[in-house]
Design a protein around this ligand. Structure first.
Ligand code: FDA
Length: 302
């Protein structure tokens, strides 16, 4: 099921077919704040009121022209201005294929540099999301190049990939802040663990590296076993609860997000918005069969 949904995430034909059904579109709004920046701002204000930080993601990936990449870059620059003018407690997350990575490194680097420079001027931070393993090395290379000039950029590692523990050591050595997640993409066995228990063991091992680094990193998961492992390791080291943050997705385990914030941990919600929500939504469906069952049960009503 997971493999099928991740395959369909990249299929335009299935997208056109599924968008005809109201239940499909309506279920998407559980995971996506809306289509406009006003929707996104409203969502950030709501979570800020609960003592939770935000990170905004303008949805879009695999941009096919330099013009589209520039357009997305401009929208993200405007989003940064909006975060400032609304005094939101919120940074931004970007995907390099949205900024033109598939079209070449140099134009993508220019777009990323413009975003990080603007964020720095506004006192903000940019997180570069990690996409499928075909882009891992180039993403890390571009983030490192920008980081040499400006330190308000960080990136993401996926515990499912064999290489991530080594990548974590290298990024830490350079002082680059990391968000650790399990990995949302369909990967071949040559590069990624296939068993959940192996991905989880890798997640815990990298979590310990991050917490021991003395830097401020992010542990991005809804898995209570992973969260417990992070809490226990931090407590055993006598680390104050504000030296790292937990991150979770908009619409997933709100109860857990609020509980951790009440316990005094830093919590950040990843809030996606925009019209290009289809691949993101399909990855969320792939993570949890219950989400698909809900759509199927209501399919013929919508
Ligand atoms: P796991 O999948 O084991 O789920 C644990 C529990 O969480 C489930 O039992 C369920 O209760 C709940 N849950 C998880 N997903 C759910 C869903 N979709 N709907 C409802 N409940 C759900 N990936 C990537 O490849 N690159 C990236 O840059 C990012 N960025 C990112 C940022 C943030 C803030 C988060 C939280 C996640 C990402 N991810 C990501 C996605 C990540 O790789 C992973 O696919 C999801 O977080 C699901 O994995 P969990 O760690 O939650 O564990």
């Amino acid at each position: 099921m997971r493999a099928l949904l991740l395959y369909l995430a990249n299929r335009e034909g299935f997208k056109d077919f599924s968008l005809r059904f109201k239940v499909f579109r309506n279920t998407a709004w559980r995971f996506v704040a809306g289509e406009t920046v006003d929707d996104a701002v409203r969502a950030v204000k709501e979570i800020n009121a609960q003592g939770i930080h935000g990170t905004l993601d303008l949805l879009g990936e695999n941009t096919l022209s330099l013009d589209d990449a520039r357009h997305a870059t401009q929208e993200i620059l405007d989003m940064l201005d909006r975060i400032k003018s609304e005094a939101l407690d919120c940074n931004v997350s970007v995907k390099l294929t949205q900024l033109g990575l598939a079209l070449g490194d140099e134009s993508c680097l220019r777009n990323l540099t413009a975003i990080v420079a603007h964020a720095r001027k506004l006192g903000n931070f940019v997180r570069v999301d990690m996409e499928d393993s075909g882009y891992t090395q180039r993403t890390l290379d571009l983030v490192c190049r920008v980081f040499r000039e400006m330190d308000n950029v960080g990136t993401v590692l996926q515990s499912a990939l064999y290489r991530s523990e080594k990548d974590a050591r290298e990024l830490i050595a350079q002082g680059i802040r990391i968000r650790l997640c399990k990995g949302a993409y369909l990967e071949p066995e040559s590069v990624a663990f296939k068993k959940k228990s192996d991905t989880d063991a890798s997640f815990v091992a990298i979590t310990k590296l991050l917490l021991d680094s003395g830097m401020y990193h992010a542990i991005a998961t809804h898995d209570e076993a992973m969260i417990k492992a992070a809490k226990e390791h931090a407590a055993a080291r006598g680390m104050p609860r504000d030296r790292f943050e937990f991150q979770m997705l908009f619409g997933v385990r709100r109860d857990l997000q609020q509980r951790l914030a009440r316990e005094g941990y830093q919590v950040r919600t990843y809030i996606p918005y925009g019209r290009r929500w289809y691949p993101y939504f399909m990855r969320r469906l792939a993570e949890r069969p219950a989400n698909v069952a809900f759509i199927l049960r209501n399919f013929f009503k919508g």
